[in-house]
Write a protein that binds this ligand. Structure first.
Ligand SMILES: *Cc1c(COP(=O)(O)O)cnc(C)c1O
Length: 410
């Protein structure tokens, strides 16, 4: 029986409502989720699914994580929003904790990931003009081809995904794209007006692309030589996903600015941040940048709880250990319906042999077997379960994928 035949009237109605009254800027899997716990999601009919998407890594610590929910509910019943026109008792501990987790001086808070990216671009330009001495209006920022940093006009201005850019011009100037992984191209693109290099330490939306050895350290060296800021967008790769707090750690580099989001909100609320040194963050004076909701008491309480959870190292260790196991098991599929597997930690991009169908078709088959995963760029399916997943749960999903690959071969 196909998943759609099994779908109840309740699910069908909910889906039709969305198709009628919501913009169609997403193509959701045909399932209506009602609740979540740990690595599991439950639909309105009571069917359970293993979540191998984790809301694009916003739910690294599991659905309804008890510690995070306890902090969030306690804070919610006390104080949720003030704006930063006043101080709150949760904001201070949050920024101190997050700055220390990152080994940096200061935090600039925001809500969504793309706001952290935008904030960093503004900071880099301001630092370039006021500290480095680049003539006003001439700053450029080097970006990577295949990047994904969000959806605002300025951020899509340097996307080379036509779905993200078509019909949205005119675009923001000042960005210089180079191929991901190509240090020579970066060096050739740099000039005296370069203020920053913006890089995903692992490219997420592009299909979980881990850069070649020496790439990130090479960027660090170029930045040091030319007095340029290295901005690491760890919004998806950070906070335990790759087996360490930041992927930069594994590459042996410290960027000037970390961009964080997604999992920083603990799967509860949107929380994002730019974390960096005083030389950069202190260029902002009152009124020069801000966000009504950024750093609100609820977000700060949850963000601090996330920092504390990461301080123990347990989540990172789980991701490293179970991730090694996941990659070992996925390697078995290469040549059997899978052409390539990439990734690190509990994060994998699995390229499906086109003879078996699209990534989307494989994800629909996985859904019917109780596993939620999402395709990206046609043939790739991304696997990113919550880091609280167990080895037994991983095995369930791997068995489901094995069955799906056999069935799709026909
Ligand atoms: C998701 C993502 C963003 C954008 O985050 P939003 O919260 O969707 O705005 C930026 N950078 C990277 C690397 C991401 O994965």
């Amino acid at each position: 029986m196909s998943a759609s035949a099994a779908r109840s009237r309740a699910q069908q109605q909910a889906i039709e409502q969305v198709e009628t009254f919501s913009s169609h800027n997403y193509h959701p899997l045909p399932v209506v989720i009602e609740s979540g716990s740990g690595a599991w999601l439950t639909d309105v009919d009571g069917n359970r699914y293993l979540d191998f998407l984790s809301a694009y890594s916003a739910v690294n610590f599991g659905h309804s994580n008890p510690e995070l929910i306890a902090v969030a509910t306690a804070q919610l019943s006390k104080l949720a929003i003030t704006s930063r026109a006043v101080y709150s008792d949760t904001y201070g501990p949050f920024v101190e904790g997050l700055a220390k987790l990152c080994g940096k001086d200061m935090v600039l808070p925001a809500n969504t990931g793309v706001e952290a990216v935008e904030s960093a671009l503004k900071l880099a330009r301001k630092w370039g003009y006021e500290v480095k001495g680049v003539p006003e209006g001439l700053a450029n920022i080097i970006v990577m081809e295949g990047n994904f940093h969000g959806r605002t006009i300025s951020v899509i201005s340097f996307s080379n995904d036509s779905d993200a850019t078509d019909s949205y011009g005119p675009f923001t100037p000042g960005f210089v794209p180079v191929p991901y992984g190509d240090l020579d191209a970066i060096e050739a693109a740099m000039d005296e007006h370069t203020v920053a290099i913006l890089v995903e330490p692992v490219q997420g939306e592009a299909g979980i692309i881990v850069p070649p050895d020496g790439f990130l350290t090479g960027i660090r060296e170029l930045c040091d030589q030319h007095r340029v800021l290295m901005i690491a967008d760890e919004i998806q790769s950070g906070l335990g996903r790759t087996g360490t707090t930041f992927y930069c750690e594994q590459a042996g580099v410290v960027p000037d600015l970390y961009l964080l989001g997604k999992a920083l909100g603990g799967g509860v609320v949107p929380v994002s941040a730019v974390v960096g040194d005083a030389e950069v963050l202190e260029t902002l004076r009152p009124g020069q940048h801000g966000s009504t909701f950024g750093g609100n008491p609820l977000a700060a309480a949850v963000g601090l709880a996330v920092v504390k959870l990461l301080e123990t190292g347990e989540m990172q260790a789980r991701s490293a250990e179970l991730g090694a196991y996941l990659h070992q098991r996925l390697a078995e599929f290469i040549g059997n319906g899978v052409t390539e597997v990439r990734g690190v930690g509990l994060w994998a991009g699995v390229d499906i042999d086109p003879a078996l169908g699209t990534g989307r078709a494989i994800c629909e088959r996985l859904l019917a077997k109780g596993v939620i995963a999402k395709d990206t760029h046609g043939q790739t399916i991304r696997l990113a379960p919550p880091l609280v997943i167990t080895r037994e749960e991983l095995d369930l999903a791997i068995t489901a994928l094995a069955e799906v690959l056999v069935e799709a071969r026909g």
